[in-house]
Design a protein. Structure first.
Length: 195
């Protein structure tokens, strides 16, 4: 009888552990796949995804890294226009996109190369509302965001019938483990729900 009880407990436990390991492996592959294809300037538009703005209208480290990556890419590809995308969260004093535009202007990017999308509150909305600002014939864009965030952004862009290439911004080391774990859950949710 004791053996039977042991197996009743052990089998579900093994199933859960195996399932968890499988999900970890799948999401690890997705996170790696997000880093390709690297952008080469072939797209006219690049969408820079917003991130938290701290008190005093200071970009979070994640947002700063995204902006630095976007600026470097724009300097390297002077024909590319940047869509800065992000609305105002309940604990932010300014729209992310406005802060992003100001940062780029202060660092020498011409205003005519910046398009502001300041309504979005999610990655899906970043892309959807940015799409509304671009010409109807645009079917391929560059996505600029944190390295861990690229695959989910690409998944969502596919739902909008966009081809994509990417510019990966470094993830701040201080939050890397936390955001990558959270992103794994978000990837599974997006895969199942679609947004």
């Amino acid at each position: 009888m004791k053996k039977k009880v042991r197996w009743i407990v052990l089998i579900p436990l093994l199933v859960v552990i195996s399932g968890g390991f499988g999900m970890w492996m799948i999401t690890s592959k997705w996170l790696d796949d997000g880093l390709e294809p690297k952008a080469n300037g072939s797209n006219e538009y690049a969408i820079v995804l917003g991130a938290k703005v701290k008190k005093g209208n200071v970009p979070s480290l994640a947002l700063r890294y995204r902006l630095e990556a976007a600026l470097a890419y724009a300097v390297e590809n002077p024909h590319v226009k940047l869509v800065v995308s992000g609305g105002q969260g309940p604990d932010e004093d300014i729209e992310e996109a406005v802060l992003m535009k100001n940062f780029l202007l202060e660092n020498g990017l011409a205003e005519e190369r910046i398009i502001v999308e300041n309504r979005s509150t999610s990655t899906y909305e970043n892309l959807l509302f940015s799409q509304e600002l671009l010409p109807d014939d645009v079917d391929s864009v560059t996505i600029i965001t944190s390295d861990y965030h690229l695959y989910r952004a690409k998944m969502l862009a596919r739902k909008l019938n966009w081809d994509t290439d990417v510019v990966a911004a470094e993830t701040p080391k201080v939050v890397k483990a936390k955001v990558r774990l959270r992103e794994r859950a978000a990837l599974l949710k997006t895969y199942i729900v679609g947004k």
